[in-house]
Design a protein around this ligand. Sequence first.
Ligand code: CU
Length: 315
Amino acid sequence: MLALLTLALSTAAIAAAGLITHVVGAAAADAPKAQGHLVEVWVAAVPVTWNVVPNGHDAIGHMEHAPSETTFRTVVYREFTRDFAKPIPNAAGNRGIQGPLIHARVGDTILVHFRNLDTTFNRPHSMHFHGVHYRFGSDGSYIPGFSGPGANVKPGQTFTYRLVAGPESAGVWPYHDHSPSMMDSIEGGLYGTLSILAPGEKAPDREFVVYLESQQGFMTINGRAFVGNTPVFRARVGETVQWDVLSLGDDFHTFHVHGHRWRTPDGAVRDTQVIGPAESYKIRWREDAPGTWLYHCHDESHMMNGMIGIYRVTR
Ligand SMILES: [Cu+2]
């Protein structure tokens, strides 16, 4: 009886908080409203030629890789200026294959205007966001007979997703294609990151995004494999650094940074932390360790197959 009552109460509380957006009634109708700022971004799915190992070399295993083995045509998310006027290059700290790093704060409403410019494969695409609140129409996930246009955006079409960063949305979350072409698209790099600050939380001095995935038979970080191709992240002693760690695909990884430790939300001290498909977490510390450090997945075969990079800390 008590358990039932607790369940009923918590379900009502969750519905009121907008977590269950398909509930019919006032709570659901009110869910996607928020008090904060309006964050508005323009993102398109665009075809690119991508090389997983641009320098053709595994610097640690001393293997050579020909461009024909490591290059493929794919579709990625790229940010545009207002009304898709012109493309914006991926910013430092957000290097690589993934789409724009979208910043917001709890309470904000986020409008993501999405355009499908996939003229290479002519496939439908979409954007499906983890961690935030939205009505069913902004779910972006294809369900035959149920989902709307936002789940199946055809080449040349545009759709706007309306998202709200709720109280429990603080943290980092993936977004990715969930249209009928999601299997090919996700392996091809059609994903990105939402980074949401809690109320009153200060933004870090440095924010590094690490997407662990696999492409072309290599284990990749942000779509690149091997030291010399994967991102080189940089910081100075005294700075607050934040690592946004995310994973998509079929594999579990163990994210490890040399010479550093961090505390997880449950208080445990770690220097290696497991992550499964579509999981995400952020790690923060105040930098106090100058040096040239490795960061990598500690699954040995993943590391030797490319999932390793350099972190440089200067005084
Ligand atoms: Cu791994």
